[in-house]
Design a protein around this ligand. Structure first.
Ligand SMILES: Cc1cc2nc3c(=O)[nH]c(=O)nc-3n(C[C@H](O)[C@H](O)[C@H](O)COP(=O)(O)O)c2cc1C
Length: 405
C-alpha cells in the first residue's frame, strides 16, 4: 500500500488504486467504483463482458446463472475507449430483480410485509446467523443478500480493468482448476495452456487436462445425485511480473500477505497457498528453496524451480506468481442440515434457496480479478504515473536498471 507522502502520522494510509463494490444479490444492480488508474488505458466493454461471462461458467452452477447475462454498463471514467483518470463507475444489472421488486423494495409500502421472502432458518456455513445476530435482524434475508457471491461480479468487472493496465506491460493473469472434491490434476501446467483454456467458449470444470476434468465431473455428478455440494482448489498464475513488486520492509507491504488477503476475502475460500506451500511444509529445506543461477551471456539470474510461487520476502522475484485458493463446498444444500428457526427457536431444517453445487472454475476467474487488482496496486505504487505514457516511461527506466544490475 503506498502511503501518500503528505499523510500525517496516524492517518489512514491511502491506497493509490482502490475499488469498492455495492449491491445485493436480488437488488436492482451491482455497482463498482475503481479509482486511481492512470489515463490512457484502452478499455473494451466486450473485454469486460467476456470476463463476466467466464465468471458465470462451469459445470455445477445453479439456476441463477441461467437468468443472468452480465453486462458492464460503464457510467464514468472511460471516454472514447480509454480511461481518463477520473473514478470509473460500472453498473451491472441483475435481471432477477424484476422477480424481487416486491420482496425487496427500496421504500416500504402498505401490505408489503406479506411480500417479503424471509429467511428464518439460517444455513450453517453462511453469514445468515452471525449476520442476523450482529445486525439485529430476526430475518436473515438482508444478510444473505449482501453475503452472496453475486457481489463478485462487481469484483470481476474491476479486475478486468486492472488486467487492462497490466496487459500494457505484457503481464497476464489467468487461472485453472486443480482439484474438485477428491479429483486432482496430477501434472504441471504451462502458460500457453492457460491462455488456450481462457479462450474456450465452453467451460466444463476449467481444468487443462481432459482426463482429470472428467474425474472432476464425476465428483460433481455424485453431488448432483445426492443433493450435496463440493469444493476444490483453483490456481491463479500471474505471468511476466517484474521483480520488485511489494516489499519486505513492513508487514502490510508484503505482496504475499496482500495476495492472501485478497484471495481469502472471496466467499467460500477458506485457505490460500502460495507456490507449493503445503508440499514444502512436509519436505526438507534443501528440496524446497529454488536455487539461484546466473546466465553470463544473457546477463540474467535464473532459478532452478519455482516452488516459491514467484514471491520471496514479500517481493515478486520475476518468476510466475502462483496463488491457490481452497474452496469449501457450497453451504446451501438440497438436503438441508439441522438449524434452528429464529422465530420459534425450535429445531428445523435450514432454509434452501436455488443454489450452485460446484463453483471452482468461477472462483478461479474471481481469483484472477483479485490477483490482478492487487498486482495493479503494487505496480502503480512502484511506478506511479497519471498517464499511461508516464507509467510506461517509469517502467522502462526500471527495466533498464534491472538489466544493468
Ligand atoms: C462463485 C461463487 C458462487 C457461490 N454460489 C453460492 C450458492 O449458489 N449458494 C451458496 O450457498 N453459496 C454460494 N457461494 C458461497 C457463499 O457465498 C459463501 O459460502 C457464504 O457467503 C459464506 O461465506 P464464507 O463461506 O466465506 O464464510 C458461492 C461462492 C462463490 C465464490
Amino acid at each position: 500500500m503506498r502511503i501518500a507522502r503528505e499523510t500525517v502520522a496516524g492517518a489512514i494510509p491511502r491506497i493509490m488504486l482502490r475499488f469498492e463494490t455495492a449491491g445485493e444479490s436480488h437488488g436492482e444492480c451491482l455497482v463498482v467504483t475503481l479509482t486511481g488508474l492512470p489515463a490512457g488505458i484502452p478499455v473494451s466493454v466486450d473485454g469486460i463482458d467476456r470476463e463476466l461471462w467466464r465468471r458465470q461458467q462451469g459445470y455445477g452452477r445453479g439456476g441463477r446463472m441461467k437468468i443472468e447475462t452480465d453486462h458492464a454498463n460503464i457510467v464514468s471514467g472511460v471516454r472514447h475507449s480509454r480511461t481518463i483518470g477520473s473514478p470509473i463507475a460500472i453498473l451491472i444489472e441483475n435481471k432477477d430483480w424484476k422477480n424481487w421488486t416486491e420482496a425487496l423494495p427500496i421504500e416500504d409500502v402498505d401490505g408489503g410485509e406479506d411480500k417479503k421472502k424471509p429467511v428464518t432458518r439460517p444455513r450453517p456455513g453462511h453469514a445468515d446467523l452471525a449476520g442476523a445476530i450482529k445486525y439485529n435482524f430476526q430475518d436473515a434475508r438482508y444478510i444473505l443478500e449482501r453475503a452472496s457471491a453475486r457481489e463478485t461480479t462487481a469484483r470481476v468487472a474491476a479486475g478486468a480493468l486492472a488486467k487492462a493496465l497490466l496487459k500494457e506491460f505484457d503481464i497476464g493473469v489467468l487461472s485453472h482448476v486443480i482439484q474438485v472434491g477428491t479429483a486432482r490434476l496430477q501434472r504441471s501446467v504451462n502458460w500457453d495452456e492457460l491462455v488456450s483454456l481462457s479462450q474456450k467458449n465452453e467451460v466444463l470444470l476449467g481444468c487443462v487436462d481432459r482426463e482429470a476434468e472428467q474425474r472432476m465431473k464425476q465428483v460433481v455428478d455424485v453431488a448432483y445425485r445426492t443433493g450435496d455440494t463440493v469444493g476444490g482448489v483453483f490456481e491463479v498464475v500471474a505471468h511476466n511480473v517484474p521483480p520488485g513488486l511489494g516489499s519486505h520492509i513492513t508487514w502490510d507491504t508484503r505482496l504475499d500477505g496482500r495476495l492472501a488477503q485478497a484471495i481469502v476475502s472471496m466467499q467460500a475460500v477458506k485457505g490460500v497457498e502460495i507456490g507449493f506451500a503445503e508440499e514444502g511444509a512436509a519436505a526438507f529445506g534443501s528440496q524446497v528453496q529454488d536455487t539461484i543461477h546466473y546466465n553470463k551471456q544473457g546477463r540474467e539470474f535464473t532459478r532452478g524451480a519455482n516452488r516459491a510461487g514467484g514471491l520471496e520476502g514479500g517481493i515478486s522475484n520475476g518468476q510466475d506468481i502462483l496463488v491457490r485458493g481452497l474452496l469449501k463446498p457450497i453451504s446451501t444444500l438440497r438436503r438441508p442440515l439441522e438449524s434452528v428457526d429464529l422465530a420459534t427457536r425450535e429445531t428445523a431444517k435450514a432454509a434452501y434457496e436455488r443454489s450452485d453445487i460446484c463453483v471452482v472454475p468461477a472462483a478461479g476467474v474471481i481469483g484472477e480479478a483479485m490477483v490482478a487488482l492487487v498486482l495493479a496496486q503494487a505496480f502503480l505504487e512502484k511506478f506511479g504515473g497519471d498517464s499511461l505514457e508516464e507509467t510506461k516511461r517509469n517502467y522502462r527506466g526500471y527495466r533498464e536498471q534491472v538489466k544493468n544490475f
